[in-house]
Design a protein around this ligand. Structure first.
Ligand code: NDP
Length: 267
């Protein structure tokens, strides 16, 4: 029987991309999913694609609304609690530092960092009370290495690593498993939904994402990492090597990223 059978898994950002693929995979393995994001129709569409739609709960939620997060956690506890929280909701960016407005940086932090912190710290006491639970957060390779056009996104993802390293140190003896996942390029609509420098949707296809790992492949790897109680994992194609290059050959990585930027400075 699957490790995930009958587990209750709460997935944010479940209306699209990686969140949708995770919902399908958890459901295939017998888990009951709570599906959250802002778009109710997108969540319902995800639910229809799952194995046991009638066992799942569609719970629209904007993770930047602290009051609504508290209310949603209360509802989830009343419904039976949560075994695995997947902090997956996120927004990317496609704009240079020179052309990005301050509000874009604030919006990215609100969703990718403060949204995750608020939901995590509201769920955490309930998991500690039970003496078990996994908190899984989808960071990025950009959470370890800052690529061009993504300064605000990379900063928001880097911040997650500091937060969760500290939280892991404080809670692992209480039965809390903390996993941070760093995907490389994944084939999802993330570029379309990314913010441009003026705060509008970027709304364009990104070849790197289109040629990236498929979301269902990533989802399978994430489930294995949860089962094995990993703490930090990197999944993708060639781009994943950037993490090791930064550690051992940082000058080479800088030159490579600068060259990549200069090929397409007006992206
Ligand atoms: P998508 O744009 O396809 O999905 C993003 C999801 O986040 C959507 O379900 C969206 O739903 C949700 N979301 C955005 N803002 C909010 C909010 N305020 N409250 C609740 N939900 C929100 O992108 P991906 O599936 O690719 O991205 C999922 C995660 O994976 C993100 O954290 C991203 O940074 C990360 N990632 C993705 C990579 C990739 O190459 N695709 C690589 C590395 C990391 P809605 O609009 O309905 O609210």
């Amino acid at each position: 029987m699957s490790y995930f059978n009958n587990k209750i898994v709460w997935i944010t950002g479940a209306s699209s991309g990686i969140g949708r693929a995770l919902a399908i995979e958890f459901s295939n393995q017998g888990a009951k999913c709570i599906l959250s994001a802002r778009a109710k129709d997108g969540l319902e569409q995800t639910n229809r694609l799952t194995e046991n739609a009638d066992q799942n709960v569609v719970m629209p939620l904007d993770v930047t609304n602290e009051q609504k997060v508290e209310y949603a956690v209360q509802r989830v506890i009343e419904l039976g609690g949560v075994d695995i929280l997947i902090n997956n909701a996120g927004v990317s960016q496609r704009s240079t530092v020179e052309k990005t407005e301050m509000d874009v940086y604030r919006s990215l932090m609100e969703v990718n960092y403060f949204g995750v912190v608020k939901l995590t710290k509201t769920v955490l006491p309930h998991m500690i009370e039970k003496g078990q639970g996994s908190i899984v957060t989808i960071s990025s390779i950009a959470g370890k290495v800052g690529p061009p056009y993504r300064a605000g996104y990379a900063a928001s993802k880097h911040a997650l690593h500091g937060f969760f390293d500290s939280m892991r140190a404080e809670t692992s003896h209480k039965g809390i498993h903390t996993l941070v996942v760093c995907p490389g390029y994944i084939n999802t609509p993330i570029a379309h939904n990314a913010l441009a420098g003026d705060g509008q949707k970027y709304n364009k296809r990104d070849a790197e994402n289109a040629n990236g790992l498929e979301a269902n492949d990533l989802a399978k790897r994430i489930l294995k990492a949860i089962e094995k109680k990993k703490t930090e994992v990197y999944f993708g194609k060639f781009e994943v090597n950037a993490v090791r290059l930064k550690r051992f050959l940082p000058g080479v990585l800088t030159k490579m990223l600068n060259r990549k930027f200069l090929k397409d400075p007006e992206k």
